[in-house]
Design a protein around this ligand. Structure first.
Ligand code: SF4
Ligand code: SF4
Length: 340
């Protein structure tokens, strides 16, 4: 087994310990206490952070040196048997979300769009925005990144290479280097950030949905009817693994005339939607996160609440709609601007 890519000396020399001092869910008296807890994690000693972590992924983004603090934290949780959710829940999820072994080679031409385990969203692949694109989906294509929320790095190591084989053999015609658009940025995070850190080979070229949409908007610029509206964006945990794509989203919003209103809980300060603690049976925490997010959005005067992650949308859509904001996925918002 290849260990998580991580350089202990970088942490020893680190002055700010951003990975922990910026954490929104675990508190420290100051940098020195954060340093002490971080060194415990690195040295396989018990740290309270392993118990208190919400698994929000944010420390991956906070570390200025890309030293993979969150992937390492998950590794230590699993090694020490510190589970963020009750064991029966994790075991049930492991069974439910396992590859089914039912995928067969398909003749997929044009732009392949990976819909991961969201077959109900294949209807999003429509109109000029996705002209000529072919969605692929199913449990045999599930990216498996969710195990980061359940202290199961071993499942990521076991299942992701199988899924990559399925993608190559069944969707991409076994053509190395062929592009695949990831509709969900969890998939893009898996095939870029996770794969690099865990030493998993990815023979195809993952394309982030935002890069695909941004490119299409250049082609379709004459069709854009600016929305001239305010939107509140709910940034998902998975985007912490690929923060460079957040700037591309800004470019998309600018092109379609959607003003991303400043929220307290956006960008680096984004707050978990509440879905993960709910799945971990931490209901009180989940309720408070939902409330904080909604209150924060309502202060902005936005007309839409825009989601990138279908799981965040499932968690918050009803609540935001009840408060008068229209919940919508990025691609659907872009399609409105294209008159579709
Ligand atoms: S993981 Fe990054 S931010 Fe955290 S102590 Fe190490 S180098 Fe510093
Ligand atoms: S994953 Fe989130 S909650 Fe856990 S230590 Fe990192 S920043 Fe804090």
């Amino acid at each position: 087994m290849q260990p998580i890519q991580f350089e202990p000396d970088l942490c020893i020399r680190c002055e700010t310990i951003d990975c922990l001092t910026k954490c929104q869910y675990v508190s420290f008296s100051g940098v020195e206490e954060a340093r002490s807890e971080k060194l415990k994690i690195n040295e396989r000693r018990h740290s309270r952070v392993l118990e208190e972590c919400l698994t929000c992924y944010a420390c991956q983004e906070y570390c200025p040196y890309d030293n993979n603090p969150f992937y390492l934290l998950v590794e230590r949780q699993e090694e020490m048997g510190i589970l963020p959710a009750p064991k029966p829940i994790i075991e049930e999820q492991l069974r439910m979300m396992a590859p089914k072994g039912k995928i067969a080679p398909q003749a997929v031409t044009g732009v392949v769009v990976d819909m991961c385990a969201f077959p109900m969203l294949t209807g999003c692949i429509r109109g000029k925005l996705f002209e000529g694109a072919a969605p692929v989906t199913g449990m045999d294509l599930f990216c498996n990144i969710m195990w980061l929320h359940f202290a199961k790095n071993s499942t990521i190591r076991e299942r992701v290479p199988r899924i990559i084989d399925n993608i190559m053999n069944c969707c991409l015609g076994d053509a190395p280097g062929r592009e695949m658009v990831c509709f969900h940025d969890e998939c893009y995070g898996t095939y870029t950030s996770v794969a690099r850190a865990y030493g998993i080979d990815v023979p195809f070229t993952p394309v982030h949905l935002f890069d695909y949409i941004n490119g299409r908007l250049n082609v379709l610029k004459d069709r854009i009817k600016p929305l001239n509206t305010k939107i509140a964006y709910q940034r998902p945990c998975s985007n912490r693994l690929v923060p460079e794509t957040d700037k591309v989203l800004d470019a998309i919003f600018e092109k379609i005339g959607a003003e991303r209103v400043p929220r307290v809980y956006d960008r680096e300060n984004a707050l978990c939607c509440g879905g993960v603690p709910r799945a971990q049976q931490r209901d009180e925490l989940a309720d408070s996160l939902v409330e904080k997010n909604i209150d924060d959005m309502l202060k902005t005067g936005a007309a839409y609440c825009v989601f990138n992650c279908p799981f965040c949308m499932a968690t918050l859509a009803n609540e935001v709609a009840e408060q008068g904001l229209m919940p919508i996925l990025v691609s659907d918002l872009v399609q409105i601007a294209l008159g579709e």
